[in-house]
Design a protein around this ligand. Structure first.
Ligand code: SF4
Length: 937
């Protein structure tokens, strides 16, 4: 038979694909596979995967891309196909475990799911009956699903959601939300003329693979790529312009470019006049001027008078000509300026949120908001289906996640949790960590360890995780959760100009059901007893409220067969039939139910255009009883909308913009933005009214690592510890053989000039001293980093405490002890080593390096406005000292707590206007009812 090559087997053949077995080569052995779509779970991008299931053995043999997925279009990064390693990992957790020794002692017994559910459910039910709702907390790392957990937490009536976001992106979110209500950009890279990235997007940025392929597409089509990064990242190397300002000065550089656009008159004045709240700017900032648009340009130039190219060159350490040239490029691409910043400087510096606010200023000045080739709002390209059976939001406010000191933080102050516990601000009865490893991922991990060890502070720690990790070691229950091919989730991201949803599904279960088997629960089809969380929450909720007296069980009962637990087939049937526009029709065209359509394809692209949504006209029923106020905003009486006082609210307030459906533009009611003015807010009255008047407009904030404050001659430098290695994930890549074979080192990037000045040999050991301790790492001389800055990638430095337990392909053996001065010492005893297991490949491990756990030495540094942890560190860099060994980490947690108090003192606590804990209009995860915003409630 003649074989033809094709990129992907055609979709109609996925039920039966025959191919030659490469392992049998040179003998030609044909094998038959069923291709089951699911989505990748190894980063937030949610790319499509096709699991190849061998029809003879029922085993998954590989994962490849899903060509019909609208975002990834069949392509994946290395982490997608490496999912097969996680399926086959010999060290994965396959059964529920319960601690039998002391926390952290490493003694466990295997228990049944029934026992785990009974014991945990009883504990939570007791807390609810005793009105201790705030003692139950769910802390998530990788979400996986966009809305299911909100439904669970609302059903439980708790304000118990915690996330990893303030070590990730809460800074940038405040910057974007203060402009447009939406907290993320959605760049249309493929159609742009100018692509501006403050991040290493091509190898590791947000929505990494879907964005990277579109950036390349845009560049091939002629776009100019500008990359801002202190490192010569792979993205910077591909860019037309690499800008390497001093870390922490990016906002200054952006404002200098903004000023040049105004001075050169290369801005979109019409867009600014139509969609920006410039009247407020003139009224508030320039009462000496008539509030006419004709005054705006000069007033803006005056506002940014100090941001000259020469001063920007000095402050940022850039070449003045480069600033001028880049401003010309940007001014030449009006309407087609696609920009993005995520993590990077907005997650590194005090005031990092202003980097996003200043970058959005360039989008606005160039008229590139929601245009083809411009930058849309995430909410207009990401689609979250409304969950069926959705209970009322909680009427509670949990100060442990949403402390009054941070009324404008975009997400929970999760890095402060152990300090709040130590300070006696509360206690936790039951703490779920879910695909989250706070002890290792967060700054100040030894403080987390101290708290997790103390049952007085954390009564019960339940780790929901597919693999062992440093935090799970200090848990009471370790419950195995499914990876990408073992669970259901629906999610969507703003990867390009369009909307879509992706459907993750348990591959073995799907395959075996197509073969005629039936299952009650997914763990019956998964490896071992690995479960999926959606079913876990259903069954746990039944145990919390067995008789329905708490009103919880009813939320998890079947609608078609009341009195029995909801099944996921029923849940997702309701969701796909009722909440995804266009899906029922597309499914009907193929003679399928919406659920079967999603099980066959794994994704769906929603019809419709999302360009310039704010320009849509609103009339008739869509005004929904709203009336036009004096500012031209249409508001519905009795809803929160844009109001900042509870007195005005009689209804509830679940969604941003819910109470104000339109804004008057040139006499027409337009959809607008979900902000108080319904326009883009150059001048934010919210920021002014909530304690930060000096930041009501885009501004530069001097950071905690500002170069002029460093004593370079004494060895001080700026440490960038945040960049990613594209082949690694925070925790789970340690359980992937291929990814560790590719990446298992993270030396310190060090400029040769700095190395000479600091006396550090080629590849020599370096001691990096922070304010709470030090770590020892190996150096790498490179001219690919700005002098004065050193950098070591995130994602390395995994460790385990027992030789034969919690092993992986990327964790070294370490010991932890406390020295006579009360400092914690982590010493790496050895790195990766070959060992015997059911997988013969573990005997072939050839690499030894597992990196250094640098995050342990970083104190918490929450930005006083956004709450974002400021990752960059002011450090002293020098050669290793006598007795130092590679991987050593020493930390004084008493100093950590003092620094926590120091940063807390920088805040300007609420309540704000109307005695509120937080502006009502701003988005919030698992948003409570309006009454919970009352500080005295
Ligand atoms: S970018 Fe890579 S890790 Fe992320 S979802 Fe796509 S394939 Fe998976």
């Amino acid at each position: 038979m003649t074989e033809t090559l094709s990129a992907y087997p055609p979709e109609e053949s996925w039920d039966h694909v025959e191919s030659l077995d490469p392992a049998a080569w040179p003998t030609k052995v044909r094998r038959a596979h069923r291709l089951v779509p699911t989505t990748c779970f190894n980063c937030e991008a949610n790319c499509g995967l096709l699991a190849w299931v061998d029809k003879d053995t029922g085993k998954i043999t590989k994962f490849e891309g899903n060509p019909v997925h609208p975002a990834s279009r069949g392509r994946n990064c290395a982490k997608g196909p490496a999912t097969i390693n996680q399926v086959e990992d010999p060290e994965r957790i396959l059964h529920p475990m319960k601690r039998v020794g002391d926390r952290g002692e490493g003694l466990w017994e295997q228990i049944s799911w029934d026992q785990a559910l009974d014991e945990i459910g009883d504990r939570i039910g007791t807390a609810f009956r005793e009105d201790r709702h705030d003692e139950i907390m769910y802390h998530v790392g990788r979400m996986g699903d966009d809305s299911y957990m909100e439904r669970v937490l609302h059903s439980w009536g708790i304000d118990g959601h915690n996330s990893h976001t303030n070590i990730c992106s809460s800074g940038a979110r405040v910057g974007y939300a203060s402009w447009m209500g939406f907290d993320r950009p959605s760049a249309d890279f493929a159609n742009a003329e100018v692509i501006f990235l403050i991040s290493s997007h091509l190898e590791a940025g947000h929505y990494f693979n879907p964005h990277a392929q579109r950036i390349i597409e845009g560049q091939k089509n002629g776009a100019t790529v500008i990359c801002v990064d202190p490192r010569l990242s792979n993205t910077a190397a591909k860019a037309d312009h690499w800008m390497s300002p001093w870390p922490g000065t990016e906002a200054f550089m952006l404002l200098a470019i903004a000023r040049l656009l105004l001075v050169d008159d290369t801005w979109d004045a019409d867009f600014f006049e139509r969609w920006v709240n410039w009247e407020t700017f003139l009224t508030e900032a320039r009462p000496d001027l008539e509030p006419n648009f004709a005054n705006v340009r000069q007033a803006l130039i005056d506002q940014y008078a100090e941001y000259t190219p020469a001063e920007a060159a000095r402050v940022c350490g850039l070449d003045e000509d480069q600033i001028l040239e880049v401003a010309k490029v940007i001014g030449g691409g009006l309407g087609k300026f696609a920009s993005h910043t995520w993590r990077a400087s907005s997650a590194g510096n005090e005031g990092g949120w202003m980097v996003a606010r200043c970058l959005q200023f360039l989008n606005v000045l160039t008229g590139s908001v929601g245009t083809e080739g411009g930058t849309n709002a995430n909410g207009w390209n990401k689609f979250i289906p409304v969950t069926p059976i959705h209970p009322e939001p909680q009427a509670r406010w949990n100060e442990m996640q949403w402390p009054i000191e941070y009324p404008l933080s975009h997400h929970e102050l999760s890095i402060l949790l152990p300090h709040f516990l130590k300070a006696g601000r509360g206690r936790i009865d039951t703490y779920f960590t879910r695909v989250y490893n706070p002890l290792w991922t967060n700054p100040d991990g030894f403080t987390w360890m101290e708290v997790l060890r103390d049952p007085e502070l954390v009564g019960c720690h339940v780790a929901l995780t597919p693999t062992w990790n440093e935090s799970a070691w200090f848990a009471d229950y370790v419950l195995p959760m499914g990876i990408a091919s073992e669970r259901h989730d629906v999610s969507s991201f703003e990867t390009h100009n369009g909307r879509w949803i992706g459907f993750r599904q348990p591959v073995n279960r799907r395959h075996r059901e197509l073969e005629g088997e039936t299952f009650e629960r997914t763990h019956e089809a998964n490896p071992g007893e690995v479960w999926e969380e959606q079913e876990f929450w259903i069954d746990l909720s039944w145990r919390i409220d067995p008789d329905g007296a708490l009103g919880i069980r009813q939320q998890f009962e079947s609608q078609t067969d009341p009195g029995t637990p909801l099944s996921l087939d029923e849940y997702y049937s309701m969701l796909f039939e009722g909440s995804v526009p266009g899906l029922p029709e597309a499914a009907a065209e193929e003679g399928l139910t919406p659920l079967e359509y999603m099980r066959r394809k794994g994704s769906f692209a929603l019809p419709g255009d999302q360009a310039q949504v704010y320009e849509r006209g609103v009339s008739g029923d869509d005004l929904n009883g709203a009336v036009r106020d004096a500012d031209g905003v249409w508001r519905r009486p009795g809803t929160a909308g844009s109001y900042d006082s509870l007195d005005e609210i009689t209804g509830h307030m679940p969604f941003i913009g819910d109470g104000s459906p339109a804004v008057d533009i040139d006499g027409e009611a337009k959809f607008g933005f979900p902000t108080p003015s319904k326009k883009l807010e150059f001048f934010s009255e919210t920021i002014r009214d909530w304690g930060w008047p000096e930041y009501s407009m885009p501004a530069f904030i001097r950071s905690q690592v500002h170069w002029e404050d460093l004593d370079m001659t004494a060895g001080e430098r700026i440490l960038v510890p945040t960049f990613r290695i594209p082949t690694l994930i925070h925790t789970r890549s340690a359980n992937s053989q291929w990814l560790n074979e590719i990446s298992h080192r993270h030396p310190l990037w060090l400029h040769p000039g700095d190395a000479e000045q600091l006396g550090i040999d080629e590849n020599g050991l370096v001691r990096i001293t922070t304010r709470t301790g030090h770590f020892v790492i190996q150096s790498w001389r490179t001219e690919g980093i700005r002098p004065g800055v050193v950098a070591a990638s995130h994602h390395m430095g995994r460790w385990r405490l027992e030789e034969d337990e919690a092993r992986s392909w990327g964790a070294g053996k370490a010991s932890i002890e406390r020295d006579d001065d009360g400092r914690w010492r982590l010493r790496r005893e050895h790195g990766a080593e070959a060992y015997e297991s059911d997988d013969p490949d573990t005997g072939l491990i050839w690499w030894t390096d597992t990196g250094v756990h640098q995050n342990l030495t970083f104190p918490v540094q929450p930005d006083p406005v956004s709450g974002m942890h400021c990752w960059l560190q002011r450090v002293t860099v020098g050669p290793a000292e006598e007795g130092d060994a590679y991987g050593d980490v020493v930390v004084d947690t008493a100093a950590s707590h003092r620094i926590f108090e120091e940063w807390l003192a920088k805040t300007r606590p609420g309540p704000g206007p109307g005695n509120l804990r937080r502006p009502l209009w701003m988005a919030r995860p698992v948003k409570p009812q309006a009454t919970a915003y009352n500080y005295d409630a």
